[in-house]
Design a protein around this ligand. Structure first.
Ligand code: RBF
Length: 355
């Protein structure tokens, strides 16, 4: 299902009248689809293009929340949130039609595959600006990207998984085997996220192996549950997942059959207390608010990409949740704390593989 949500923050009556007149009489639109009236400088319109659905996808929910927050505190900013759905083949055409309206000063999105799509759209609408997080792309004057160092988040979540699988915790078995369930394969996952997870686990114990499986889409929780079940039968006792809504199937199976899950990007402890053994956090909401402020002030450096991780304060770990402190033994938490501090201090050597 696709849906558009609009947030037009409280406007003074004169502005409402002006907008109504604009709607009735129309306005000039340039070749690039941008407005040429003076009104443009005082209003800023953002399209948040969600490559999938909001529900169950932390990066998207956080991006939408950040943009809504920003609009709520800036009366000249309006935000539309568009859920594009799961048919990736449709995304470029859909985005083109939205951009063709000339309505948006900025398109904001979060997906490693979006820059290429925006570059295609940008060829038809050269004045349109795009800012994409969770992606790395340089050299296009219409596109600015921000990449999370997901190798790092996977490294410390993998280390925690490694500590747990080799521990005497109740659901840990003697096998040194951890699991990863992915919705689909893509370069950031194959080169940063999965290798980081295994590298981190092996820093806890070099004898650990990884069972990696792919769901095939971002929503099939039943398929993820089936995969998890067969992985548990094969000896996996700690999982990670990058699977959007499908991850709920893993969580359910882990709870029913007795396994642990470490979760990327968001606080998921309460989804299954005692099963979700650790949660990383992606500060996407903060990043989006900062990006929008820069965009409003004309400070975005289009054509560039910035990488943000633990040191920069955009990736973290939720260590103070009672569902973490009460279910994960103190000795494991202590070892994890010191590893995380080392990652933050740049003391854990690694090289970020090229994408
Ligand atoms: N992450 C989600 O949480 N939900 C999604 O629906 C989703 N769809 C994606 C589609 C494509 C084509 C790609 C490349 C990634 C997608 N991601 C999705 C992954 C997301 O952008 C991010 O890389 C991971 O969540 C790790 O932070």
């Amino acid at each position: 299902m696709k849906k558009i949500k609009s947030i037009f923050t409280a406007l003074p009556p004169a502005a409402v009248l002006a907008l109504a007149l604009l709607c009735v009489f129309g306005e000039p639109v340039s070749a690039g689809g941008k407005r040429e009236t003076g009104e443009r400088s005082s209003s800023f319109s953002v399209l948040v293009y969600i490559t999938g659905m909001l529900a169950g996808s932390p990066p998207y929910e956080l991006m939408a929340a950040g943009a809504e927050n920003f609009a709520a505190s800036h009366s000249n900013v309006s935000v539309k949130i568009y859920e594009a759905g799961f048919n990736q083949a449709e995304w470029e055409e859909q985005l083109s039609s939205l951009v063709a309206s000339g309505e948006f000063d900025l398109v904001l999105g979060s997906n490693p595959s979006l820059p290429e799509i925006c570059a295609g759209v940008g060829k038809r609408f050269p004045d349109q600006k795009f800012i994409i997080t969770d992606a790395s792309y340089t050299g296009n004057d219409s596109i600015c990207t921000y990449m999370y160092n997901q190798y790092e988040q996977s490294l410390y979540l993998g280390y925690l998984a490694g500590l747990i699988t080799t521990s005497p915790m109740a659901k840990a078995n003697p096998e040194k085997k951890i699991g990863f369930i992915a919705a689909q394969q893509y370069p950031l996952l194959d080169k940063h996220i999965v290798p980081g997870f295994l590298d981190g686990a092996r820093m806890a114990d070099p004898g650990i192996s990884l069972d990696f499986r792919v769901v095939g889409n971002w929503y099939d929780a039943n398929k993820a549950a089936d995969l998890a079940s067969s992985m548990i039968a094969g000896g996996v006792d700690v999982f990670a997942a990058i699977a959007g809504g499908a991850a709920q199937g893993l969580i359910k199976t882990a709870a029913e059959q007795g396994a642990y899950v470490v979760f990327h990007n968001t606080n998921e402890y309460s989804a299954a207390p005692g099963v979700i053994a650790g949660c990383g956090i992606m500060e996407q909401k903060k990043l989006v608010e900062e990006i929008l402020l820069d965009a409003l002030e004309g400070k975005i450096r289009y054509g560039t990409s910035r990488t943000v991780g633990v040191k920069e304060g955009y990736l973290g770990f939720i260590a103070d949740d009672p569902l973490y402190t009460s279910h994960v033994p103190q000795d494991i938490r202590n070892k994890f704390d010191s590893f995380f501090a080392d990652v933050k201090a740049g003391k854990i050597p690694y090289s970020l593989p090229p994408l």
